[in-house]
Design a protein around this ligand. Sequence first.
Ligand code: GLN
Length: 322
Amino acid sequence: MLPDYTDYFLVKKREIAMDFQAILEEIHKEVQPVISHGKVAGYIPKLAAVPLEKFGMAVQTLDGDLFTVGDAAENFSIQSISKAYSLTLALKFIGEDRLWQRVGREPSGNPFNSLVQLEYENGIPRNPFINAGALVIVDIIISNSKNPSQTILDFVRQRSNNPEIDFDADVAASEKKTGFRNSALANFLKSYANLENSVDSVLNTYFLQCSLSMNCIDLTKSFLMFANHGLSPWSGKQILSESHAKRINSLMLTCGTYDAVGDFVYRVGLPGKSGIGGGIAAFIPGKLSVCVWSPGLNSHGNSLAGTLALELFTTKTGMSIF
Ligand code: GLN
């Protein structure tokens, strides 16, 4: 007797018939009551001034279709989402063996800017996405390129297919003025000999990287390389080996949203990377990338309405990695 393929075909049909535009519009309406409950990042003055009511979302499929809603084309400060790009670069520069001698790959269970954890773990940050880990990653980029900030910028522009993308010097300066915790973390790392370059150069490059100003469309375009097993669809270039893409994607799943990662993955079911500018970029391998921006944060520093929007997206579409 032939096997019964009915369920398989039903699933396929559901995906083909998906009206992403209508789903994004529904989500836009449904998150409205939650938007004002978030709090903008207060410790970077420039970010504290961003209007709370902004909301944008974009979906980019591997078939080349783009769907957007709200402020999806408006630039915002991507902050820690940039750590997905810098990890990609660092991995390309020095490979896995050397990289994992200097940074761990376990969820932190602590706030992203925790100092305590770094001390009791002897200067080896728990993972590359918490601030301490990202500072080590920036140090690797500095040691391996002539003009580190330009290297990061060129990489992001190419991956997003948008030469207009730039740093926001005002945001970087604003963070530098109040960046006491990051400066403490960098000094700590230096005391454990886990920075090769000067504390100042690492901090300056880190603040610039975090200040990248991009919109949801740029982010979904660049995140397609993670959804597409390391191959960037725009250039047709294999940016990461399939194996490295698998590893970075796994890290985004387990560490991409800090000490809220359990709740985030439970609700959303996707790997992704958040930033305190209120953006979250996520993706479904083999299918699509999705980015949301809503500046109001929850107590863990992830976008409050953004997390809900992604939860609604995977619930309404029935698509996640599980
Ligand atoms: N630039 C921010 C910081 O270092 C990034 C943190 C974040 O987005 N979670 O505090």
